[in-house]
Ligand binder design. Structure first.
Ligand SMILES: [Zn+2]
Length: 405
């Protein structure tokens, strides 16, 4: 019955996804008012009345709507973000990024895959449950948040802290295809991020005197530290069944020196690690300090320091929903019913709002299961499969019905 409802409203759903793309919400600069107005109007039309707007700043609205079940039970949060990345180099787009185009089974436009298609699907899934009067034991909490693509301060962080959002489990509709079909993976794990700097000190002085007076070239020392750390740094972690190892990218940026005539007095490189569940900021610091201590022992002239980046980039925690969570089972069964095959469990490569909803509000959060491809997000000619938007609405509605039964 809910599947029939979605099929009957298919054209409305696709038109709504297209309307969302046609209403720009790039972040930067970050202003979701216009797109939220389109969302509120459509929700009214679908009978989803009484939605709440919660905002840390008036130009950064978050939409929350609760579909209350007739019987008590858990709260299932369906969540998508309404902002997009900025266009970037518009000359690389074959179509206008803000003029949605349906072509050969795909819907093109900025935010189509990340993630206005999923937002439209979640709203229609909720409407289907309401209009078909599905008997739910528990509530569906529909959330369309602001500011995922930049600071998260006005969206998930605000909702998880000041607003005090509560749910028993959450699903983010981030695109879950990577290099195969849409819905290729059901991502249960979201790697964390930690960023830090390694700074090396030398002697800033006239370069013509380095043969006569004691001197240390900070850049030369830094090169050595970077090379040795690349080979010798051992991070403490337990391999995860969905993701065997963290990433380690030392020297994502290097700075040092003044120029000709000056012996470099200070040099630094920045480093980026994508962490696994079980890793901690404290242990990571011990691992790095241990590596630096070995180098200090070998080179008494080496003056090196490690410093974490400013929050939040010092430590955005990894998150995970266990594979045996009942909502994961509901999603897999519903996906198989709609798609005819079962997505693979996996780890989401990038950061998501899960870091806030789970890291700060303790809501177990599935970081990504949605239409589209992560590999097309944030790039030119972004698109989402038309059929996948309809399939997403069906999977969301069926899995909510099953989990809240
Ligand atoms: Zn996204």
């Amino acid at each position: 019955m809910i599947l029939d409802w979605i099929d009957r409203h298919r054209e409305n759903l696709l038109q709504f996804a297209s309307d969302l793309i046609a209403t720009p919400s790039p972040n930067l600069p970050g202003d979701e008012r216009a797109v939220v107005e389109v969302i509120m109007t459509e929700m009214q039309r679908l009978g989803l009345t009484g939605a709440e707007i919660a905002a840390k700043s008036p130009d950064r609205p978050n939409v929350l709507f609760k579909l209350r079940g007739k019987r008590p039970g858990p709260v299932l949060m369906l969540c998508g973000h309404s902002d997009t990345k900025p266009v970037g180099d518009v000359s690389q787009w074959r179509t206008d990024p803000f003029k949605p185009v349906f072509n050969e089974g795909k819907l093109y436009g900025l935010g189509s895959t990340d993630m206005k298609g999923a937002v439209a699907a979640m709203i229609f899934a909720t409407a289907a449950l309401k209009q078909c009067e599905v008997d739910l034991a528990g509530d569906v909490l529909l959330v369309v948040n602001a500011d995922e693509e930049r600071s998260m301060k006005f969206g998930s962080e605000f909702l998880a802290t000041e607003y005090g959002i509560h749910a028993d489990v959450a699903l983010l509709g981030e695109p879950s295809g990577i290099d195969g079909p849409e819905f290729e993976y059901l991502h249960l794990l979201s790697r964390g991020i930690t960023c830090f700097k390694i700074r090396v000190f030398g002697t800033q002085m006239h370069s013509s005197l380095t043969d006569r007076l004691p001197s240390i070239n900070a850049n030369a020392k830094l090169a050595n530290v970077l090379t040795r750390m690349n080979h010798e740094l051992r991070l403490t972690f337990i391999p995860h069944s969905l993701c065997p190892a963290p990433t380690l990218n030392l020297g994502v940026k290097i700075e040092g020196g003044v120029g000709y005539g000056v012996c470099p007095g200070v040099a630094l490189f920045e480093a980026d690690i994508r962490t696994l569940p079980g890793m901690s900021r404290h242990q990571l610091q011990l691992d790095i300090e241990h590596c630096l201590d070995l180098m200090r022992r070998d080179d008494p002239d080496l003056h090196v320091e490690m410093e974490f980046e400013q929050p939040p980039l010092d430590w955005i925690p990894p998150t995970e929903v266990p594979a045996d969570h009942p909502f994961v089972a509901a999603l897999l069964i519903s996906a198989e019913q709609v798609l005819g095959w079962r997505p693979q469990l996996s780890a989401f490569p990038g950061g998501t709002d899960a870091s806030k909803f789970q890291g700060l509000a303790n809501i177990p959060t599935i970081p990504s299961f949605g239409p589209g491809w992560l590999s097309l997000a944030h790039g030119p000619n972004e698109c989402v499969g038309i059929e996948a938007i309809v399939q997403a609405a069906k999977i969301y509605a069926l899995s909510a019905k099953s989990y809240l039964s």
